[in-house]
Design a protein around this ligand. Structure first.
Ligand SMILES: CCCCCC/C=C/C(=O)SCCNC(=O)CCNC(=O)[C@H](O)C(C)(C)COP(=O)(O)OP(=O)(O)OC[C@H]1O[C@@H](n2cnc3c(N)ncnc32)[C@H](O)[C@@H]1OP(=O)(O)O
Length: 358
C-alpha cells in the first residue's frame, strides 16, 4: 500500500521524537527524500565547495533525480519506520534482520552485521539498470563509504544478478538520443568513478547471470563470489558498443589480452567456473548452498579490523587510481560516440522489437 500524505506527516513528526541520533548519512537521506516528496526534483543551484553542509544536502537531494514525489514520500515513510523505536527493537530481537538504510525503487540498501548490502531489485526486467538506478547506486556507495559497515556487497534479487544497462535508457529519454548520450556519458563516468574511489572492501555476490556493465564493473571489485548458475557476458560488439567500467584496462590485466579479447570483442559468454579460471571470479559455489555459505563467510570477514582492511585496500589500489580515472574518461567519450552510431541504434532497436536476444 502506498503511503498517504497523512502517513508522511506522521513520519515527519516521528523523526523529531527519535531517541537515538540516526547518524549523518541517514539524516542526509531523510532530508533528500523530504525535499523530493515536498518540492520535487532538485532544481536549485549547487552550493559552493566551501559550504560543506549545504553541498552535502544538495548532493543527496540531487542524486534522487526525477524520483516521483509519491515514491519519495513512500521511501521517507519506510526509512522513518525502520528507525522508529519499535522497529529498532524488533530488528535487534531477530538475528540477521537487515536494517534498511536506503530504498529507492529498484535498488535496496540494507546494513547489518558490519555489511552494507546494495541489491539490484528489478527482477521483472532481470535487474536491468535504469538511469535512476545508476544515481541511486552512486548515492549508496557514497553513504557506504562513511557508514559504520566494514565491507560493502552487491547482489541481485531474483534469478539474475543483472542484465546490464537498460536498453530503453536512450530510446525513452526526453530530448532525443544526442542529449541522452551526452548525459549518459557524464552519468557513467561519475558512476564508475564511485567504484574506482570506493575505500572499503567491495564484494560481488553474483547469484545468477550477469551481463554488460554488471560484468565489466567486477574488475573494480576486491572479491567476486559466484553461484555455479552465474554466467558472465559482455556482448558489446553485438550491441555496436565498446567496453566500459575500465574493463579495457582491467580485463587484459586480469586474464591476459587474448582471453579479454574473446570476452570484450567477440562477446564470448563465460560460465562461473571459466570466469574463475580467468581470475575474474574469486570462488564458485554450488547454487544450492551458495547463499548460506557466502553470507556466513562474509559475516566473518566483516568482523576483521575495518581500518586495517581499508588501509590494505588503499595500498593495493592506490598506484592504479590515476590510470583508472583516465581509462574511465576515455571509455565514456568513446561510448558517447558509439551510442549515436548506426550499429548501436540498430542493435538496440532490434532487441526492443524482439528481433534479437543475447
Ligand atoms: C549511464 C549509461 C551507462 C551505459 C553503460 C553501458 C553499458 C552497456 C551494457 O550493459 S551492454 C548490455 C546490455 N544488456 C543486454 O543487452 C541484455 C538484453 N537482454 C537480453 O538479451 C535478455 O533479456 C536476457 C538474456 C537478459 C534474458 O532473456 P530471458 O530470460 O529470455 O528474459 P526476457 O528477455 O524475456 O527478459 C525479461 C524482461 O526483462 C527485459 N530486459 C532484460 N534485459 C533488459 C535490458 N538490458 N534492458 C531493458 N530490458 C531488459 C526484457 O525486455 C523483458 O521485458 P518484458 O517482460 O518484455 O517487458
Amino acid at each position: 500500500m502506498r503511503a498517504s500524505q497523512q502517513d508522511f506527516e506522521n513520519a515527519v513528526n516521528q523523526v523529531k521524537l527519535l531517541k537515538k541520533d540516526p547518524g549523518n548519512q541517514v539524516k542526509l537521506q531523510l532530508y533528500a527524500l523530504y525535499k523530493q516528496a515536498t518540492d520535487g526534483p532538485c532544481n536549485v543551484s549547487k552550493p559552493g565547495v566551501f559550504d560543506l553542509v549545504n553541498k552535502a544536502k544538495w548532493e543527496a537531494w540531487n542524486a534522487l533525480g526525477s524520483l516521483p514525489k509519491e515514491t519519495a514520500r513512500q521511501n521517507y515513510v519506510d526509512l522513518v519506520s525502520s528507525l522508529s523505536p519499535s522497529s529498532e527493537a524488533s530488528n535487534q530481537g531477530k538475528s540477521g534482520a537487515d536494517v534498511k538504510v536506503q530504498e529507492s525503487k529498484d535498488i535496496v540498501v540494507t546494513s547489518e552485521d558490519g555489511i552494507t548490502k546494495i541489491m539490484f531489485n528489478r527482477p521483472p526486467k532481470k535487474n536491468a539498470i535504469t538511469f535512476q538506478m545508476y544515481q541511486d547506486i552512486i548515492l549508496a556507495l557514497k553513504n557506504a563509504s562513511t557508514d559504520n559497515s566494514a565491507i560493502t556487497v552487491f547482489t541481485g534479487a531474483g534469478d539474475y544478478y543483472c542484465s546490464g544497462n537498460d536498453l530503453t535508457n536512450f530510446t525513452s529519454a526526453s530530448g532525443g538520443m544526442e542529449k541522452a548520450a551526452e548525459g549518459g556519458a557524464v552519468l557513467l563516468r561519475e558512476f564508475v568513478n564511485s567504484f574506482i574511489d570506493f575505500p572499503k572492501p567491495l564484494v560481488a555476490v553474483v547469484n545468477g547471470p550477469a551481463v554488460g556493465i554488471s560484468v565489466t564493473l567486477l574488475g573494480l571489485f576486491d572479491a567476486v563470489y559466484a553461484s555455479d548458475k552465474a554466467t558472465f557476458h559482455t556482448p558489446f560488439s553485438h550491441l555496436g558498443q565498446s567496453p566500459e567500467a575500465c574493463s579495457s584496462y582491467t580485463f587484459p590485466k586480469i586474464m591476459g589480452s587474448a582471453k579479454a579479447t574473446e570476452m570484450l570483442l567477440f562477446g564470448k559468454k563465460l560460465t562461473a567456473r571459466e570466469a574463475c579460471a580467468q581470475g575474474l571470479v574469486t570462488e564458485v559455489f554450488p547454487d544450492s548452498t551458495f547463499k548460506k555459505e557466502i553470507w556466513t563467510r562474509l559475516k566473518a570477514y566483516a568482523k576483521l579490523p575495518p581500518n586495517s582492511m581499508r588501509i590494505s585496500k588503499q595500498l593495493i589500489r592506490k598506484n592504479e587510481k590515476e590510470k583508472l580515472h583516465a581509462v574511465n574518461a576515455e571509455e565514456c567519450s568513446t561510448l558517447k560516440e558509439r551510442w549515436l552510431s548506426e550499429e548501436c541504434i540498430n542493435a538496440i532497436m532490434s532487441f526492443l522489437s524482439r528481433k534479437s536476444k543475447l
